[in-house]
Design a protein around this ligand. Sequence first.
Ligand SMILES: Cc1cc2nc3c(=O)[nH]c(=O)nc-3n(C[C@H](O)[C@H](O)[C@H](O)COP(=O)(O)OP(=O)(O)OC[C@H]3O[C@@H](n4cnc5c(N)ncnc54)[C@H](O)[C@@H]3O)c2cc1C
Length: 619
Amino acid sequence: MSAANITVSTGNDTMSGSAPASADAATNAPPAGPAGPQVNEMELVYHISLLILALIALLFVFRIPSMVARFTRSTEWTKGHIFSSSARDSSPHIVHVTREKEGMGMGSSDDSHTYYNHGSQPQRIDGKGLPTEQNPPPHVSMCPAFLRGFAAELRTRVLPGYSVNQVICVLVYLASWIYPTFYKCNPLSEPVRTGWIGVAQLPFIFAFASKNNVIGPFLGMGYEKLNFMHRAAGLIMVVAINVHGMGYIMKWVIKGTFQESIADPSMYWGLIGLISCDILYFFSTEGWRNRAYNIFFASHVGGFSLLLAGTWQHFEVTHPWVWAAIGLYSFDSLCRWIKTRIHTAVIRPIPELGMTRIEIPQITGGWRAGQHVRIRVISSGMGVYGWAETHPFTIASAPGPEGMIVMVKKVGTWSTNLFNMAKFGNGEAGVGRNVTVMVEGPYGGPGVTLPSSHSAAVFVVGGSGITYALAGINELIQKDLRGESRTKIIELVWTVQDPSSLVPLVPQFSAMIQSSVFTPVRISVFYTRAVTGKFPFAKDFFHPRLSLAPGRPKLASILEATISKTTTGTSAGTRSGMMVAVCGPAALADDVVNQVGKIDPTRRDEVGGIEIVEDVFGW
Ligand SMILES: Cc1cc2nc3c(=O)[nH]c(=O)nc-3n(C[C@H](O)[C@H](O)[C@H](O)COP(=O)(O)OP(=O)(O)OC[C@H]3O[C@@H](n4cnc5c(N)ncnc54)[C@H](O)[C@@H]3O)c2cc1C
């Protein structure tokens, strides 16, 4: 951006840089404020924006080692960006050469329903029957060993859903804008400055929010993990624009020139921008987001369109910032269009879980476990507006010939309509239904974390968060079968309300346990509600390594047990850390993070460090 045309200073009290959008605006411009030292407003906020980009670049530098580790595998280059429909069957050949007794189940309750069985000693062989070479991925710890304690402190939650890390990021961002707000300026008597601060937020607001944003890939994180910065930038903009607008309105009212001043097109467009900004903020609050998502969404789209139009018409000098926001939005829209597929899916009800299973067999690859999609079900059965709504869901299957599976919990109107459609379907025996779906993605996921590069993986999930674990564990098993994994211990801890929730997933859990021939998967299900009536399972119903117990999981002892198994099962030189993946409500994620933070530093170092991957179903 050239600063050559910037001539106006704080002293003359208009948006500095060049001419106002309207020719009359210069004469109708707000009265001059107190004479002060010359400050080029536009240049000031431009340089602060550059400073913030430089800070983001600094964070990127810390991510480079993990990124290099991930992208040394050519297969990783194509994963996680765009869906494909040509899954190659890369199943390895496995032979079973001996039989031996398997280990004991992991019980954390006296009332555990577990039994033991015999397994076999498998071996990977190639097409000629010769043992195959293993090719595990490189492991690069997210932080050096001497900083692990500090990193654990940074992960500590200070507010529900907010870590120290996030609070620091917000404070640094805030401080970066407080400085130019007050630099040689009293924002109350010279409101032009806060106008610039507000306008300068626009590119950041769009960059932090868009699904395909330009910052996320450099930081190795999905858009949903950057949403807290979108909110911070948004809040700064709302405050700044209000101080700016109210400052002028007060001046005009005191001077008795309000009507005359606001009649100027550049001024009333400014007022339109201010009002749309406030409406946008009001409908963005948590209550609206949680209880009336559609109103939140519609007000966001409408509010931002008007805000951009208002800013554009307000003063011509704002155009580069508006262009930047439009550019980011256009890039996002283009990527969304490229990432969208329309297919016929099969939907089936899972009454025990209160969920609907969406099967999209045409999409067989292109995603990483832990990523989510945005789905629109184009059917009149979804309601008057429901067919037009797009909802995010974590992919519940690993890439493979069986295709993509998504599981949707019945919580509100949209998901209930979907469940009802599936229940009274047109499929086999009247259950299940073919519907047209628009699938956009994949988004989010583990970022630069390579789950299969860790010695141990623990999945702690609650309720419908099981979708994340199903995909994650199946992907680990597949990689392990191909000899592309370092993971030697896989634990799943699933908390549900009712033990009958387990019934529909028993076949899937059994398949996971049976196929995990090299790295035994252990599944512990906990139910929190008292059982009324007959217990849904016979004592000998369960598969080896699958247990069901009442109460909440004792996370501390589960994590410690996994560390012990890892340290006894592997030699110190080969240990490459433990990944703890958590998926479910924000409170569960907070609990897991706090429990991991309490692990004894010596034990943490013995296992090679602990990395947490979070997927929370909400913003
Ligand atoms: C990244 C991510 C992954 C998710 N994965 C799963 C999953 O695998 N399985 C599952 O059952 N649920 C998942 N969810 C939650 C799921 O998106 C919501 O439960 C669903 O959109 C609810 O829609 P509804 O109209 O039936 O309920 P509502 O009662 O309207 O909404 C319930 C909650 O969902 C939020 N919500 C509603 N509509 C949307 C939308 N269009 N976009 C984003 N949030 C919305 C609301 O803010 C509210 O908090 C995920 C959410 C996110 C953010």
